[in-house]
Design a protein around this ligand. Structure first.
Ligand SMILES: [Fe+2]
Length: 176
């Protein structure tokens, strides 16, 4: 139980940092209203994700053991978040830069860990994955669409397409 608790706490702490980054961009006055409302939506998605994770913390009896998380993996995720956190302090960031960080965050292994964790619950707690999968789906598509809508960078468009196909691949390879 101890290990499961520590695991979900760790996930929540990482997710909260991502949420705060999107919040800052939502409040950034150098952005257009459209761009700010995109980050508002992305932040709201994250809020919904950690509400689901918080719920899972109350259902630990039904959870499989915590998925293994190597220190190196955790450091990689945390480093991607720290880079984006520093960027989110910039009052006038370039739009391409902002999307580059968001794509790095959403391609990081954090989403996979969330996924593995929630899918490890027994069917008595299946509502967790029922809430999680569509929420996550919408979140990834929102970002990929926005990259196409707000930027003309071919490299970013490629990264967004890669994020989508990575996501689709994982979805297919995991039991529903
Ligand atoms: Fe996210």
């Amino acid at each position: 139980m101890e290990a499961k608790h520590a695991f979900v706490d760790r996930l929540l702490a990482l997710e909260r940092r991502v949420y705060r980054i999107y919040e800052k961009w939502a409040a950034n006055e150098s952005f257009s209203d459209d761009m700010r409302s995109l980050w508002r939506d992305m932040a709201d998605d994250e809020k919904q994700h950690f509400a689901i994770l918080e719920q899972s913390a109350g259902l630990l009896n039904f959870a499989a053991s915590a998925p293994p998380i190597a220190a190196e993996q955790r450091e990689k995720i945390s480093a991607a978040i720290a880079t984006a956190e520093r960027a989110s302090d910039n009052p006038k960031p370039a739009i391409e830069e902002v999307f580059g960080h968001a794509l790095a965050l959403e391609s990081s292994e954090l989403n996979q860990l969330d996924d593995a964790w929630l899918k490890g619950f027994q069917s008595s707690a299946a509502s967790l994955t029922q809430d999680w999968t569509p929420a996550h789906d919408q979140h990834i598509r929102r970002l990929a669409d926005a990259v196409r809508r707000f930027t003309v960078s071919e490299a970013l468009h490629r990264d967004a397409a890669a994020l989508l196909s990575q996501y689709e691949r994982e979805k297919r390879s995991q039991p529903a």
